[in-house]
Ligand binder design. Sequence first.
Ligand code: PRX
Length: 694
Amino acid sequence: MIPETAPKEDVYLASAEFCKTSHVPSFDKYKELYVKSVENPDEFWGDIAKDFFWKTKHNGEFLSYNFDVTKGEIFIKFMEGATTNICYNLLDRNVHEKNLGNKVAFYWEGNEPGDELTVTYRELLQKVCQFANVLKSQGVKKGDRVSIYMPMVVELVVAMLACVRIGAVHSIVFAGFSAESLCERIMDSECSLLITADGFYRGDKLINLKLLADDALQKCKDKGFSVKRCIMLKHLSKDAEEGSQSPPAKRSCPDLQDNQTGRVKKRRPVPKVPWNPDVDQCWHTLVKGVSDQCEPEWCESEDPLFILYTSGSTGKPKGVLHTVSGYMLYTAATFRLVFDYQPEDVFWCTADIGWITGHSYITYGPLANGATSVLFEGLPTYPDVGRMWEIVDKYRVTKFYTAPTAIRLLMKYGNEPVQKYKRDSLKVLGTVGEPINPEAWQWYHSVVGDKRCPIVDTFWQTETGGHVLTPLPAATPTKPGSATFPFFGVVPAILNESGEELEGPSDGYLVFKQPWPGIMRTVYGNQQRFETTYFKKFPGYYVTGDGCRRDKDGYYWITGRIDDMLNVSGHLLSTAEVESALVEHENVAEAAVVGCPHPVKGESLYCFVTLTEGVSYGRGLETELRNIVREKIGAIATPDYIQNAPGLPKTRSGKIMRRVLRKIACGERELGDISTLADSSVVDHLFQNRCCTA
Ligand code: PRX
């Protein structure tokens, strides 16, 4: 399945110098290890497991599973019988066994240039133990779910690892999600405690997080579910007393000028924090005087580690559940091999920890390897479009991992903001989240990486836990836009509509034939949905939901989602979820949402709305509709285009023909077969009133 020899033409190769010290220095070595990983997973993963601490050893096969719904319940078990604690492996092992106590775990860089912190492995261990003791004192026990709704601050990592230390299950909700979304996620996983912060700035914009958190808790209460405690970190209002509204005193402080850069550091208003003494507790007060020693809770390999919600095609998000040992080894191994981790590296993954990329490649993978990372709170364009490269220069970043949407955004501003900063420290560049178009790949390679750095285009999903199709930087000749070949232990196949495996160059459904350690184990509280979503269409395979092409050299090219999910700026959104938000407006009778190509975001949201009788369409209504989506889901789901659609193209049985709507959204007149349309005049009307797209 992997070609005998790698192609030599029209591909990009790492320099001989880079390959010399690489963990997997050649294509032949990759192939040899790949065969071992698939044919002898016990030995392959056993070697990786040796580096970690196990309280008790596993007692059987490394991997047991059933992927075939016709043969019974789907399950995946890895290293059964072993007990360990990931927090112990990420922190104690590095501090006490590897002598990395003084090594920097994170360089935290705030939203404002000049806001910075350095945290060593020893300090992180102390903070985590202390907060783990706080969680225990709040009654959190092994198996309890804890919801975390925080900005990109060190305490977010502390909170997640404190949960892990005591065997509690974290459920992180991206701080860009709305109160409604937070409420839905808290209730679905029945979280007993919420950890949040007063607020944060995204560029110039204040996000009053505590207000949103309170709103979410109230919504939970209204629906009959009470969260017992809410712990709030004072991120912006460090000096304010809890129990009162934060004093606005700081607002009048003068802006500060940084002597080195001459840049003005803005003094920002702090948010007003509502306080409910029955529920709210202040992080800073709780940790005061608490011991920084905390014995880890030893967990079984298949104990739950965390839940992370991802969009589902029914509109209700799915709580993807990952478990302890498999996820730990998989994120550790992918981090080490895909980024070719070396001890002197400074790694920077620009994702938010609220998404799987941040879970796996800011927290778990890097810390499992004792790596130093940058943790960035801000935006790539704030205060100017050179910010990313300024940070690369400042911390001498060696491995840089971002999304194609960020590359496309920055590319628009030309080369000067990049070239202004030193990037000679960079060794490997990575991308994730969506297909990267060859132009963006070329710009990333030639301008950002000065043609020196291999690019790893990593394909994976919340569900896969870590990279599944990816180049290895020294071993894999790359082709711009292709995620190349499978990672170790991963066996891809391409199926046609009838579920037949296609050989050689082909195009179809991307599936995987057997599990790897990092694959999700279930949808939290809904095994049925897990089986239906991923295993029912093609029994015996895990179905990714992505289309894929394999070329003559065996390279895999992701062609995008083939379900009703949209990928906007690297984030998956369900069209059904946006539609149900739109129809909540009293004037909307029906809504249909499709994607249309966008030069920066990849895809944008194009919404067709049919209004109720007698209502007329106007700017005011359009704004209300945008707001309702923001309120129900979050700003990431804000519609780009809304079109008034007095009629929608439907079949005679009343099914909306989304294929036709997609064409209308894109302005493509070639509609294909529309003979099943009940009323074809609807289409002309929609074309005539199309929104003008980018
Ligand atoms: O469609 C694929 C796309 O992102 C989806 C997974 O989204 P999510 O679970 O939010 O996780 C994103 C970060 C891992 C996939 O089904 N996707 C992800 N990476 C790539 C990609 N599409 C093409 N190329 C990639 N490298």
